[in-house]
Each structure stands twice: as structure tokens, then as C-alpha cells.
Design a protein around this ligand. Structure first.
Ligand code: AMP
Ligand code: GLY
Length: 433
């Protein structure tokens, strides 16, 4: 499948999760691809291209490999290199500045990196969101007073990146007061909680909306719903995500039009007005409150495991879209979406999201026929695939109905085994699957 004419490109994809395996799988199907490198990748991405065992936060090392491998475009999966400025690093370097980086500049990535910044942006551009205030150690007493003006439960958010753990929602006002003080005064989340937001609680159902933008125009990608808790019926500890479905049945055309008009368009306008360089994915966490969208967060990347249902539903050539993003010609492209529903079920390590073992041999992936198995935390060792993280595999199926898609994923999972495998058995049930 390698086309060696001048119109093909070498791509470097950064990241190592199920999200990157899904993106790599899609890029590998592009007739525009010459060679795909994934850094550091996992056992799944190794079958889509060549893995590079490098530290992607060390931009000097990324530069060395970019030049050595004659990379034509860099696609960034996770948020950390973006928040740390990889886009800007490339732009400022004479040898790299012609190479498009798919992802926002550090300034724009602050929409994910600082919740206070994101809230100020939403207020300025009149994007619907929960009422809030931000506090520091110096204003802790004002914060406690503000807490008492809101009805419980309260939503407390560390301002900075806290590995997905920076949001707590205590049930009572006194528990919220304690948690708030702990976050600020004891820096419970380190530097990330030097500022803490207190937000009103929004009642509704959550969904993830994805946009691909070149900073001027945009395509709305399929929306998705993820399942964050470890236990069935959304119980137990929060995880990175235990499964996802797309499309989302309660996000009908009328609701999605409101999302476009009230959230996406003002967000893109805001980016333009602020002169933020943004060439990449925007992931908008939204709560549907009685038919109206409210933004709970921005992320400057795709979601995981949402990517594992969103990407398989995109029929268009992803590499062509990325090139258009890099050249700011996205308005000249169209995007074709598979109308059929997709479901993914995450297989995780026993014990996750708390302590778990790694290095367990995984068997049976090759006997799966009805689903696409994306690797998350896996590694190839001596010709075997072993577990190498809490989230191990995402098993995705596309069928004519959501119920069939979910059933196909469960059927596929029955073929796969490793010691202490665990997965939720109710993905999609809440929306009729
Ligand atoms: P975040 O880390 O911002 O995604 O927040 C974690 C989770 O907290 C979200 O996925 C929501 O389920 C919940 N959450 C955040 N903000 C609110 C809010 N204002 N009202 C209700 N739930 C919220
Ligand atoms: N699935 C949620 C996230 O990627 O943040």
C-alpha cells in the first residue's frame, strides 16, 4: 500500500494510547501516506507504521527524528506536548517551521491547560457555561462565602492539568468547604490547584463534541458519549473512560444545531479575535440541560476512548483533512460520515484505576473478526503482546444499530483473554443499546 509518488507524505504521530492507535489505523489507509511513525506508540500502532521509542516531551529529540525521517506533518495526540508548546517550538525553528503540526499553539492549548482561562474565554464570547468564580490562597475566605451562595452539590476544579483528577463534586456544603480548603491550602493537586474554581452544578446528560479546525473554518466530527466510571450504572471511581458510543441518541439535529450556533461558532470566532493559532482538534465537553448546551470544558485534543468510535465513522481521508488544516484550506474540503452507529468497550487491567499489574500476556486478538481492536496500554515483548497500562484494549464495532454494535464488541471481547481482564458490561445500555 505504499505509494511512492511525490504526493505522498511521511507522518509522525505523537502518543501511545487507544486514541493514537485509532488515528494511526486511519492514516495507514490513506493513499497520501508514504511512511507513518508513531512515538512512542504501542503494540497496536506497530502494525500501522514504525514505533519510535522516544520521549515526546523532549522537543529536541522530536526535532532530531523529524529531520532524520523527513517528516512532512506532525500529528499530536495527547495534550501535554501541546500545553508545553510543541506547536510553537516547530514554528520558531528555522529547520522545522515549514512542517505543519496538527494541534494548537500553547496559548490556545491553555483552553485545556487552565480552566480559569477557559472560563474567561467563554464569558468573553458569551458561550453558555456554569456560573463560577476563581479563588487563590489569598481569597480562600471569599471562596467559602461564595460556596454558601450556591446550592450543593458544588463543583470544585483545580485550574491546571491534574491527570483528569482535578475535579471533585462533594455531596454537601461542609464537605465542599473542606475539599476546597484542602485543594488550595494544601495544594492537593500540586501546582494545578494554586487556583481553584467553584462552579455551580449543572444537571443533565453529558456528551463530547469534536471539531477539526484550521483556525478559520471547521468541520464538526461525530459526537460521542463516554462512560467514565469503573463500575456498571456509572458507579465507583473515575477512569480515563471505559467505553464510548457514537452517535449520541439524545443529541438530535435540533440540539446539535444549538451546539453549533451557541458554542462552536463563537468558539472559533473567539480564537480568531484573540489571534490564537489553532490548527487541530477541539474537544468540547457539553452538558445537555433540558435541551440546551452548556460547556463544561475544552480539551485541545481528541478524547480517549471517544476517538475509537469517532475516527472509524469518518469516511473521508484523514491525512487529506490534516493537510488542509496545515494549509488553512479546510473550507475547500468536505467530510463524509458513516451514519451507522459505533460502540467501543475498553478492556482494562484488574484493579484499574487503582494499582494493577502490567506484563500479562494477551491472547485471542487475532481471532476477532467482527470488531476493530485498538491497543491502548500494550507492548510487544518477545513476539507476544502484553499489558502495559490500566486501559489495555478498545474493542470497536460498527453495525446498523447501536445494540448490534455493542453486542458485536462483547462477542469479540469473549475471544480475548489476559489475567484479571475487566470491562463494563453496560456500555450503551442507558441510551437503549
Ligand atoms: P472535567 O475534568 O472538567 O471533565 O470534569 C470532570 C467531570 O465532572 C465531568 O466529566 C462532569 O461529569 C463533571 N462536571 C464538571 N463540571 C460540572 C458542572 N458544572 N456540573 C456538573 N458536572 C460537572
Ligand atoms: N474521555 C475523556 C477524555 O479523553 O478526556
Amino acid at each position: 500500500m505504499l505509494c511512492k509518488n511525490k504526493n505522498t507524505m511521511n507522518v509522525l504521530l505523537l502518543g501511545s494510547g487507544g486514541r493514537e492507535n485509532a488515528i494511526a489505523w486511519k492514516l495507514a489507509q490513506s493513499p497520501l501516506l508514504k511512511k507513518l511513525y508513531i512515538a512512542p506508540g504501542n503494540a497496536g500502532t506497530a502494525s500501522c507504521g514504525t514505533n519510535l521509542e522516544i520521549d515526546i516531551l523532549n522537543f529536541e529529540v522530536v526535532k532530531k527524528h523529524t529531520l532524520e525521517k523527513q517528516i512532512d506533518i506532525v500529528v499530536v495526540g495527547p495534550e501535554e506536548p501541546l500545553v508545553k508548546g510543541i506547536y510553537d517550538y516547530f514554528l520558531a525553528d528555522k529547520e522545522l517551521s515549514h512542517i505543519p503540526v496538527i494541534g494548537p499553539s500553547a496559548k490556545a492549548a491553555a483552553l485545556e491547560g487552565s480552566k480559569d482561562f477557559a472560563k474567561q474565554f467563554m464569558a468573553k464570547y458569551k458561550i453558555p457555561t456554569a456560573r463560577y468564580n476563581t479563588f487563590t490562597k489569598e481569597t480562600v475566605n471569599e471562596g467559602v462565602a461564595f460556596l454558601h451562595t450556591l446550592r450543593p452539590p458544588h463543583v470544585l476544579k483545580a485550574d491546571g492539568l491534574a491527570a483528569g483528577k482535578g475535579v471533585v463534586i462533594p455531596a454537601t456544603t461542609s464537605a465542599a468547604e473542606n475539599a476546597f480548603k484542602e485543594m488550595l491550602l494544601e495544594e492537593k493537586f500540586g501546582k494545578a490547584s494554586r487556583k481553584v474554581l467553584i462552579e455551580e452544578f449543572l444537571m443533565g446528560i453529558e456528551l463530547s463534541v469534536f471539531v477539526l479546525t484550521d483556525g478559520v473554518s471547521f468541520h464538526i466530527l461525530p459526537e460521542a458519549k463516554d462512560y467514565k466510571r469503573i463500575g456498571e450504572n456509572d458507579t465507583g471511581l473515575n477512569t480515563g473512560g471505559m467505553g464510548a458510543i457514537s452517535p449520541v441518541p439524545f443529541a438530535d439535529a435540533k440540539f446539535m444545531e444549538k451546539v453549533k450556533q451557541q458554542v462552536i461558532m463563537p468558539t472559533i470566532e473567539g480564537l480568531k479575535t484573540e489571534k490564537f493559532d489553532y490548527k487541530g482538534f477541539i474537544f468540547i465537553g457539553i452538558i445537555n440541560c433540558q435541551g440546551n448546551p452548556y460547556v463544561i470544558e475544552y480539551n485541545c485534543r481528541m478524547g480517549d476512548p471517544e476517538t475509537e468510535v469517532v475516527i472509524p465513522r469518518i469516511k473521508s481521508d484523514l491525512l487529506a483533512l490534516f493537510m488542509a488544516v496545515g494549509n488553512q484550506t479546510l473550507d475547500k474540503t468536505t467530510i463524509e460520515i458513516d451514519p451507522r452507529p459505533a460502540a467501543t468497550v475498553m478492556m482494562v487491567a484488574g484493579g484499574y484505576p487503582e494499582a494493577y499489574d502490567k506484563g500479562k500476556v494477551i491472547t485471542g486478538i487475532e481471532s476477532v473478526t467482527e470488531s476493530q481492536v485498538f491497543h491502548a496500554g500494550t507492548k510487544a515483548v518477545d513476539g507476544k503482546v502484553v499489558t502495559n497500562g490500566g486501559r489495555v484494549l478498545a474493542v470497536t464495532s460498527i453495525k446498523n444499530t447501536l445494540k448490534e454494535a455493542v453486542e458485536a464488541s462483547y462477542k469479540s471481547i469473549a475471544h480475548i483473554d489476559y489475567e484479571k481482564k475487566y470491562f463494563r458490561k453496560d456500555i450503551g445500555k442507558d441510551v437503549g443499546a
